[in-house]
Design a protein around this ligand. Structure first.
Ligand SMILES: [Zn+2]
Length: 176
């Protein structure tokens, strides 16, 4: 499976990825915690319209899909971090426990939530995100670069926490 294959089969992968992402978002909303006052302030700076809807679930390992087609797509696309620290699915944000207090990481993920809102929800976000990762690559994907820029702005330039290894939106969904 090749990047161009993925781009060409986006419409097959997309419903599977969206189902998975929707399930995972629900899990975070059910089991996670709402943002603190300080985190809400960062969410607003990141452009989130509904910061009170955001929940964060800290986990030992970021989940990834088990559906064979999604899994195959993930395995084939090894341009994403192998051990992501975060994953944002709409208003649900997974954060790996060992980065549980990393403001830069959360700011990056909140920027993705703002992108989901702006693009109109999980399916349209994933369409853009998978396409960008497939055609351009995870690190250069404009949605990733924007999230990095926003996190930098929130944490301040030159902050020690500037490296990126989240799962973006769906690192796990289709591409890792
Ligand atoms: Zn990201």
């Amino acid at each position: 499976m090749h990047r161009s294959w993925l781009a060409g089969h986006l419409e097959i992968l997309l419903p599977l990825a969206t189902d998975w992402a929707t399930e995972q978002e629900k899990r975070v909303l059910d089991e996670g915690v709402a943002l603190s006052k300080e985190e809400i302030a960062d969410a607003i700076t990141a452009g989130v319209q509904g910061p009170e809807r955001v929940h964060v679930l800290r986990v030992d390992a970021i989940p990834s899909p088990t559906h064979p087609i999604l899994k195959a797509a993930c395995d084939a696309m090894n341009f994403l971090p192998t051990a992501p620290r975060g994953l944002t699915l709409g208003y649900g944000i997974f954060i790996r426990s060992d980065y549980g207090e990393d403001r830069h990481l959360l700011a990056h993920e909140l920027a993705h939530t703002a992108q989901y809102e702006r693009l109109g929800g999980i399916l349209p976000f994933l369409r853009s995100y998978i396409f960008q990762c497939a055609m351009i690559g995870y690190h250069e994907a404009p949605l990733e670069q924007e999230a990095d820029d926003i996190a930098e702005r929130i944490c301040g330039l030159g902050s020690a926490c500037a490296s990126r290894a989240d799962a973006g939106a769906l690192a796990s969904v289709s591409l890792r």
